[in-house]
Design a protein around this ligand. Structure first.
Ligand code: FES
Length: 164
């Protein structure tokens, strides 16, 4: 019988094999694994290191160096609120507060208990002309207001209920 743990590693194996066990493809492999699990579990990083013949410290080093990688579990929907200069002066903090309140996240908490949402702030999303900007997954939403942000979350929640 195949256990969850074996399934876990067979998916990682498929990804590693796709890249011919090439240590030079480490970043692409980590990206593909993170896409699958939404984060990089430590036991998988160790497994990848062994499979590629790399020291685990190198793999953990790469995973923690790049901001795109997370070693903590993230919610299904990752919301990023820009707090770069252009967004900050257009009151991105108000959006952050409204979203945090809507999601019931206390100061310092990043992910909801049901693992549906993670909330992050970023320095600049590169869309300053649309400030204040918020992203939900890959979607960019410009000229946000606290009300629009809450409406977006309500829409996601409605879709989640419909899909359940
Ligand atoms: S400062 Fe927010 S997108 Fe650049």
């Amino acid at each position: 019988m195949v256990g969850a743990r074996d399934r876990h590693f067979s998916t990682v194996n498929e990804i590693i094999e796709k890249y011919d066990n090439d240590p030079h493809a480490l970043i692409s492999i980590l990206q593909a694994v993170q896409e699958e699990y939404r984060y990089l579990p430590p036991e998988i990083l160790t497994y990848i290191a062994t499979a590629l013949g790399l020291p685990p410290s190198s793999v953990f080093g790469v995973a923690s160096f790049y901001a795109q990688f997370s070693m903590e579990p993230k919610g299904k929907w990752v919301i990023r609120i820009c707090d770069g200069t252009a967004c900050h002066v257009r009151r991105s903090k108000d959006i952050l507060q409204a979203v945090r309140k809507k999601l019931g996240l206390k100061e310092g908490e990043r992910t909801t208990k049901d693992m549906l949402f993670s909330l992050e702030t970023v320095a600049c999303l590169g869309a300053c002309g649309l400030a204040p900007v918020m992203t939900v997954g890959d979607e960019v939403h410009g000229q946000m207001t606290p009300d629009k942000a809450v409406t977006l979350i309500d829409e996601i929640l409605r879709r989640e209920v419909e899909a359940a």
